[in-house]
Write a protein that binds this ligand. Structure first.
Ligand SMILES: Nc1ncnc2c1ncn2[C@@H]1O[C@H](COP(=O)(O)OP(=O)(O)OP(=O)(O)O)[C@@H](O)[C@H]1O
Ligand SMILES: CC(C)(CO)[C@@H](O)C(=O)[O-]
Ligand code: BAL
Length: 344
């Protein structure tokens, strides 16, 4: 089924382009797009998202446009990666404005880049109902889910997997489905969700998916470095004012690592405590809780031992990541989890 620049309710969006982006809710038209693209000798770049698009998502699409003539963006809030107590029901869903942003981006892509390179353009948005991707239904309790699921172990149990135990199973499963349906040559993901990118690289290697996983830099707020994220809308003005502290903490850790290189390296615990020092003041004021601060190698996210010397040889490319729970400070607010990371 295909619609053009309209919401499922069929409200047409303002459009000045003669070529609105088709929105597909079923699989067959994507198979035919794949066939046509192959016949014309072009590649498909896929950008999977859960919608509520922001500049971070658009930067992934722009990146993909430099390497593929045909782009597909998926917008699907995947129930399988949410735990029953998480925010599936209230996750921001802004399809109309998402489509408008994609439409505007296509207009920019049509103009080519300043070097004269011909850029790709978004040829379709995949926006299925859950029943299309999960034909056996998708009960929220992961213990009751039926059908085929994919998990990547033991990576999925570490860091993010501790507080979100079935999150990566949901991500690996939905991405397997998207890869099989769209059959992209490459799929583009953000560095912000670093563990997700490692899980997905392992998935495509182990299951021999012919898809290249491309990791693109984290887009940040220019003032305080907060990683752009769809869930930032939950923060409210007051918490937003100090939400950049996670990134600033990670940067403080990175500085200790870099200064230590002159002295042949520093212990992992010194790097992490520099990061913790930035967060401590907020913790003591009851403004946030730290779920984890981690310094790990980039392959399987194996943690450095606290006393281990992190020097150029061991440290370069290591992942320093963190997750904090921004506690409610005003009436009606819930906890907002922020994650971020820097690569040493
Ligand atoms: N700030 C960002 N910079 C670069 N990529 C990003 C950024 N934020 C999200 N992405 C990437 O966009 C893709 C889709 O992510 P998603 O739709 O979950 O957005 P999100 O902002 O991460 O939302 P959430 O608040 O649910 O984490 C993922 O590959 C994710 O890593
Ligand atoms: C990759 C993804 C679209 C799978 O639902 C999601 O985890 C996300 O948005 O990062
Ligand atoms: N960007 C990761 C999707 C999630 O947190 O559910």
């Amino acid at each position: 089924m295909e619609s053009t620049m309209s919401s499922p309710g069929n409200t047409p969006l303002p459009s000045h382009s003669p070529n609105p982006i088709p929105v597909y809710s079923t699989i067959a038209p994507l198979r035919s797009l794949r066939r046509q693209t192959t016949l014309s000798g072009q590649t498909i770049g896929l950008v999977p998202t859960m919608g509520a698009l922001h500049t971070g998502h658009l930067s992934l699409i722009l990146h993909a446009a430099h390497h593929n003539r045909t782009l597909v963006v998926s917008i699907f809030v995947n129930p399988a990666q949410f735990a029953p107590h998480e925010d599936l029901a209230i996750y921001p869903r802004t399809l109309e404005s998402d489509l408008q942003q994609l439409h505007n981006l296509n207009a920019q892509l049509d103009l080519q880049d300043p070097t004269g390179t011909v850029l790709g353009r978004i040829a379709g948005v995949f926006h299925p109902e859950p029943s299309i991707l999960y034909p056996r239904g998708i009960p929220l309790d992961p213990m009751k889910q039926r059908g085929a699921f994919v998990s990547v172990e033991p990576l999925s149990k570490k860091l993010e997997g501790v507080s979100r135990p079935h999150f990566f199973r949901g991500v690996a499963t939905v991405c397997s489905k998207l890869f099989n349906i769209i059959q992209p040559d490459a799929a583009y993901f953000g560095q912000k969700d670093v563990q997700q990118t490692i899980v997905l690289k392992t998935l495509v290697a182990d299951l021999h998916f012919p898809v290249r996983i491309v990791v693109c830099p984290t887009a940040r707020d220019q003032t305080d470095g907060l990683a752009l994220s769809s869930r930032n809308v939950y923060l409210g003005k007051t918490r937003r004012a100090y939400a950049g502290c996670l990134y600033q903490a990670l940067e403080a850790g990175r500085r200790v690592y870099e200064d230590g290189l002159e002295r042949g390296g520093v212990e992992a615990k010194e790097i992490l405590s520099a990061a913790m020092m930035v967060l401590r003041v907020f913790v003591e004021e009851g403004m946030l809780e730290v779920e984890y601060l981690s310094l790990a190698e980039s392959g399987e996210l194996e943690e450095f031992e606290p006393e281990e010397k992190v020097n150029r040889e061991r440290g370069e490319g290591a992942v320093m990541s963190g997750a904090v729970r921004m506690l409610p400070i005003e009436e009606g607010q819930g906890v907002v989890r922020l994650i971020d990371n820097v690569i040493l």
